[in-house]
Each structure stands twice: as C-alpha cells, then as structure tokens.
Design a protein around this ligand. Structure first.
Ligand SMILES: *Cc1c(COP(=O)(O)O)cnc(C)c1O
Length: 417
C-alpha cells in the first residue's frame, strides 16, 4: 500500500492549500515582494533534502551523509557567483532578515554605529529601524528622502556618515521606486571608512536579468532574499568580496543559525539556473517595462506617484488626491481581485497602520506572461476602484473582467484543478 497523500492525511490543510492556489490563479497579484516560483523550484523546495542535517559548509560538516548535499550547496554557490559576478557567496541565511542580522553580527558589537534608510522613506526594518533588533542593539542613524522630489537624500547620507563614522552603511530599499546610486554610496562609505552593504532583496532578479544596475564592485557586501524578483524559494543570501568571506560565513554559522535548509538551497540552485538562461533577461526587462506602463496609466488617471514614476518593478501611489486612504483602497481592490499592500508615502500625514498610499509591483503578473496591454487594463481597474471604493457595482465589474483575463494567463508552478 502506498503512503497516504496530503489530502488523505490532513484534508483541512490540503483544502486550504488548494484554495490558496486558486486565489493565486484568480487574482492580480501586485504585492511588489511576491512572485510565482516555477514548478521546478517548488519541486526542489519540497524534496527529501528537507530531511537532512548539515551544519557547516561543503567539505566541512559536523554530520556524516553529506555526499549529495555538499554537491547541491556547491552548485547553488557557483551559480549565484556566476549570476552576479561575485567572489564569495553564502546561501544559508534562512531569509532576508537573518541575512542582514548576520552581516551586523559579522562586523559589529552591541552599541556600534550604522547608517541606513528609515522605514517611512522606503527602507527595511533590518536597516536599523528602532523596533528591529538592528535598531535596538546597535546605534542606528537613519536617512530619508528629500522633501521636494522624494529621492534619496544623499547630502543627508554624507552628513550622517561624517558625523557618526558608522562601521556599516546600508543602502537598498523595500518601497522606493527609483534606482539607488550605489557609486555615490560607495564614495561616502570609503570616505568615512565604513563597510557598505547593498541590500538588493527587491531587485536581485532585475539585476540578475541585467534590467537594473548592480552594486557588485561598489559594495563589498550584498545581501538579498531569493523569493522576490529572483523567483526562487523563500530564503536569503549574502554575496561578498573574498576578503570578508570568513567573517560572513562565521556569522551565519555558527554565529546565528544551525542547520541550513537544504531543500531551499537546492531550490535556489534551480532558480539560479533559470536566471542564467537568456529568457530571464527578457523577463527582467518586461517587469520594468510593465511597471512603467502601469505607472503611465495610473498617472493619466490622476493618481499621484511618489517621484512621478518608476525605474524598477515597483510603484508607490499616493492616493491623497483621490480622497481615499491606502488601507480602505487596498481592501476594496482585494474585493475586486487586485491584491496589493497599503504603504506609507514619504512625509505621510497619516499613521503607519492607516497610511496614504498603496505599493504596487509587476514581478508576479509578468511571470504570468502579461504585458503592457494588460498593465494598462489593470491600471485602469485600479483607478476605477480607487475612485469608487465603496461602489459594489464597480468592484463586481472589475472582478468579472479580471477573472476573464486571469484565465488567459497560466501561472508558473500552479495548475488549474
Ligand atoms: C524583503 C526584504 C528583506 C527581508 O526579507 P525577509 O525574507 O522577509 O526576511 C530585507 N531587506 C529588504 C530590502 C527587503 O525588501
């Protein structure tokens, strides 16, 4: 007798997974950090590698039985090195946040100084925001964006760096629609003797696909998630110059973590293999083209965009002029089948849990093969709902039109059942 399936063992969870798959097929997913991982990536992520313990690194493990796991991790490392052109890679961080904590642990003691982008200006919690361990255990100084154009305030970055002489300087964003001037950051970091860390969590897939500038060669340490634009499994990684390899590896294990998640590392190797194909460059380019097309449509409908557009996969819309806050807009959009997140805009007059904006991104819809025509239609639907967030008729019409569109675009890794 064969082993029972998930549906037989645990119908409750099986049914919830099936419903979630259906939700991902039948909605327009615009959360900028989300994507669809391929079937191949998901197969590796759900494999028997899950069963293996392998504390340590390839060739230097603390348990026996590493013949295949060592090869898997080595392949992941070699592929990521090739993809980003870096000297050293650690693929063991469990996710983006632990990767960033490991970098702190590699170079700082409690109370040491950092400079990073503040959360309200589009930075990540782990760049020193006060509710995060990175802001609580270290002396983090936070820069922001300029009031006039909402671009990163590089004068403030230089001021904070000169005044505080931080050991680490962080650049990289989570809700900022423009390129980061990595060269300028490197110049400032070099001037004050700080180690520059570029966190490319959101844009690593765009960088891999050559649709976005790379910080490699400018920032000696680069951290990333693996599940956003890169379309891999949930996970994190640290890329660095060879001279920092020892400190980084020691900080990840044994400093911060125990056994690596081998199934995730195998899935990352698969994602890197996919990203090394020429088709991934097309994907990355299309993500940006799509974001620009959607941005144009939104602006043509009178929706204000932070910085007036985008260079990336991400759009930050300020809904103030439409007389609706971000949260009720996001809730109405979800009812219509468009899933995004409410988000603070720079210098937001509203509270963080009830802010003025929504954040939109095109990585997932582009993975489904949607293009500029679809982006224009989606942008139009967003404007329709934002202009009438309580109008059930509008929501029902958008929902209907959108379902018809979803039927035409299969989603990687998912089958209609
Ligand atoms: C998403 C993100 C992270 C954190 O990744 P998790 O996997 O959610 O821990 C870190 N930095 C930036 C810039 C991000 O956007």
């Amino acid at each position: 007798m064969s082993e029972p399936t998930l549906a037989q063992v645990d119908p409750e969870i099986a049914s919830l997974i099936a419903k979630e798959e259906r939700r991902q097929l039948d909605s327009i997913r615009l959360i900028a950090s989300e994507n669809y991982a391929s079937r191949a990536v998901q197969e590796a992520a759900g494999s028997a590698l899950n069963n293996k313990y392998s504390e340590g690194y390839p060739g230097k493990r603390y348990y026996q039985g590493q013949e295949y796991v060592d090869k898997v991790e080595t392949l992941a490392i070699e592929r990521i090195k090739k993809l980003f052109g870096v000297e050293h890679v650690n693929v063991q961080p469990y996710s983006g946040s632990p990767a960033n904590l490991a970098v702190h642990y590699a170079f700082l003691r409690p109370g040491d100084k950092t400079v990073g982008l503040g959360l309200p200006a589009g930075g990540h919690l782990t760049h020193g925001w006060k509710v995060s361990i990175t802001g609580d255990y270290f002396e983090a100084h936070q820069y922001g964006v300029r009031e006039n154009d909402h671009r990163l305030d590089m004068d403030q970055v230089a001021r904070l760096a000169r005044e505080h002489k931080p050991k680490l300087m962080w650049c990289g964003t989570t809700a900022y629609p423009r390129h980061v001037d990595y060269a300028k950051f490197a110049e400032i970091a070099n001037e004050v003797g700080a180690i520059l860390v570029a966190d490319i969590a959101h844009v690593s897939g765009l960088i891999a696909g050559k649709a976005h500038p790379s910080p490699v060669g400018l920032a000696p340490i680069v951290t990333s998630t693996t599940h956003k634009t890169l379309r891999g499994p949930r996970g994190g990684m640290i890329l660095c110059d060879a001279k920092y390899a020892k400190e980084i590896d020691k900080a990840v294990f044994p400093g911060l973590q125990g056994g690596p998640h081998n199934s995730g590392i195998a899935a990352l190797a698969v994602a890197a293999h996919e990203a090394l194909q020429p088709s991934f460059e097309t994907y990355a380019r299309n993500v940006v083209t799509n974001a620009k097309a959607m941005a144009e449509t939104l602006m043509s409908r009178g929706i204000d965009l932070v910085t007036g557009g985008t260079d990336t996969h991400l759009i930050l819309a300020d809904l103030t002029s439409k007389n609706v806050a971000g949260k009720p807009a996001a809730i109405a959009l979800e009812k219509a089948g468009i899933v995004c997140n409410y988000n603070s805009v720079p210098f937001d007059k509203r509270k963080p849990f009830d802010p003025s904006g929504i954040r939109l991104g095109t990585p997932a819809v582009t993975s489904r093969g949607m293009g500029p025509d679809e982006m224009k239609r989606i942008g139009g639907w967003i404007a329709d709902v934002v202009e009438a967030p309580t109008d059930e008729k509008v929501i029902a019409r958008v929902r209907g039109e959108l379902l018809a569109m979803c039927q035409q675009f299969p989603a990687p890794g998912l089958e209609r059942r």
